[in-house]
Design a protein around this ligand. Structure first.
Ligand SMILES: Cc1ncc(COP(=O)(O)O)c(C=O)c1O
Length: 479
């Protein structure tokens, strides 16, 4: 161990979070409709697989783009040698247009203020390196994306201080919560450098309101802080209220306030809106030229390959494709989210009202044995190992209330989602029966411990049997 760095041996990466552990369990026993129909269904991965047909059709119709060709002539050598860390101008222009289109062209983006990065992961970390020193803090509203512990803290040494939001007001960001987080950082002798929000929120699946955005801008102005808005899910808003980017509010209310404009930065990526996490395409957008210059130099450590940039510059500058894709993607996401919400409702489970994202924030507090994170872990283990659905618990998202779970709906087929809903329903019916049985036994005061366990055991056995029947019937239908 002594031969390795502390970074290599510390565990602040967050790999031991239930968020990543659930993925590991899924990898050991992944559901497949034919090869492994009793396996774990992955509902812990915010992937968007709903519009691959549109992308694939475009690729077929535009073979030059992926074939290293321009106007039928090979540009292989040009692409193979290109390594300018400023990025391909044609790609930055197309990306800026795509980002504007997603915002209904209410805002425009200057390609010269875009820094390309290997995904939003790299964009967020790059901003941390540009805006803060090791030991400084960023305030994040809870619940937040579990990956931020790795992306923001691990290599930079930055601290995250939670802004505690609560279900009592729909997890809205409030002034008292902001002030409390700020004070809590100060009590820990941490210098606060900024606030980071995801809009739309991961894991809430909701957009941030104009009122909250105004509050955030007033807060950073009063405390002289940065505001990072991670807008990686901006193209997934499928229902009103419409998405409002912080850039819109800046243009409306801070048009001539250069100082505040320089303190606001956007993170973007094509991992969610275009469903291309494997392509590793992300971006930092900043109004501060010094940040743009520093982030550009840092981007040497995580560039986007010229081949990918070229392909996407052709795809995203195709206005017809761009518009059709954005509209169709939103419609399909809406349908999927409805399927999940309705399916869970049939199982007596409610979702936080969402209008965006690739997931719902699901309320399973009534299924907890107690209002504690230990009970949440117990329920989570049951859902993963017995129900065989990988979902992300509240605790992994740093939520202060046990019993909420992030459940993804866009990384699987409709038939698989349907099966997942059946598994949920069978589980809830069984849990309720078990609870009723054990209450009845306790009230009769008959050798309660052994009877309780016995009832539970029988009940689980019955339930596993019922599920395998369900699975078999959906399996034959899936085929
Ligand atoms: C809010 C948020 N930011 C950043 C990321 C990382 O995205 P990328 O694949 O572009 O690195 C994710 C991925 O889930 C995310 O949800």
């Amino acid at each position: 161990m002594g031969l390795l760095s502390t970074k290599a041996t510390c565990n602040s990466h967050g790999q031991d979070s239930s968020y990543f552990l659930g993925w590991e369990e899924y990898e050991k026993n992944p559901y497949h409709e034919i090869r492994n129909p009793n396996g774990i269904i992955q509902m812990g991965l915010a992937e968007n697989q709903l519009c691959f047909d549109l992308v694939e059709r475009w690729l077929e119709e535009n073979p030059d783009a992926a074939g290293f060709k321009r106007d039928g002539k090979s540009i292989f050598k040009e692409l193979a040698l290109f390594q300018d860390y400023n990025g391909l101008p044609a790609f930055k222009k197309a990306l800026a247009e795509f980002m504007s289109e997603i915002r209904d062209n209410k805002v425009t983006f200057d390609p010269d203020h875009i820094v390309l990065t290997a995904g939003a992961t790299s964009a967020n970390e790059t901003l941390m390196f540009c805006l803060a020193e090791p030991g400084d803090a960023f305030l994040l509203p809870t619940p937040y994306y579990p990956g931020f512990d790795r992306d923001l803290k691990w290599r930079t040494g930055i601290e995250i201080v939670p802004i505690q939001c609560s279900s009592s007001n729909g997890f809205k960001i409030t002034k008292p919560a902001l002030l409390e987080a700020y004070q809590s950082a100060q009590n820990r002798n941490l210098k606060v450098k900024g606030v980071l929000v995801t809009n739309p929120s991961n894991p809430l699946g909701t957009t941030i309101s104009t009122q909250e955005l105004n509050l955030l801008l007033q807060f950073i102005a009063s405390k002289n802080l940065h505001l990072i808005s991670d807008e990686i899910y901006s193209g997934t808003v499928f229902q009103t209220p419409a998405f409002v980017s912080v850039m819109e509010i800046l243009n409306q209310s801070y048009k001539h306030n250069d100082q505040i404009r320089k303190q606001v930065h956007i993170v973007y990526s094509l991992s969610k809106d275009l469903g291309l996490p494997g392509f590793r395409v992300g971006a930092v957008y900043s109004n501060d030229e010094v940040v743009v210059a520093a982030a550009t130099k840092m981007s040497s450590f995580g560039l986007v390959s010229s081949q990918t940039q070229y392909l996407l510059s052709v795809m995203l500058s195709d206005e017809t494709f761009r518009r059709k894709y954005i509209r169709e993607n939103q419609m399909r996401l809406k349908k999927r989210q409805r399927m999940l919400v309705d399916g869970l409702e049939k199982a007596g489970i409610k979702c936080h009202k969402g209008n965006a994202g690739l997931f719902s924030w699901v309320d399973m507090r009534h299924l907890l044995g107690a209002n504690t994170f230990e009970a949440e872990m117990e329920l989570w283990r049951k859902i993963v190992f017995e129900v065989r659905l990988n979902v992300s618990p509240s605790q992994s998202c740093h939520c202060s209330e046990p019993g909420w779970f992030r459940v993804c709906f866009a990384n699987m087929s409709e038939a698989t989602l349907d099966l997942a809903m059946k598994r949920f329903k069978a589980f809830v019916v069984d849990s309720t029966t078990t609870k009723l049985n054990s209450t009845w036994i306790r009230s009769r005061n008959v050798n309660s411990t052994s009877n309780n366990l016995d009832t539970k055991r029988k009940s689980v056995a019955k339930w596993v049997f019922r599920l395998s029947i369900h699975d078999r019937s959906s399996e034959s239908r899936d085929r």
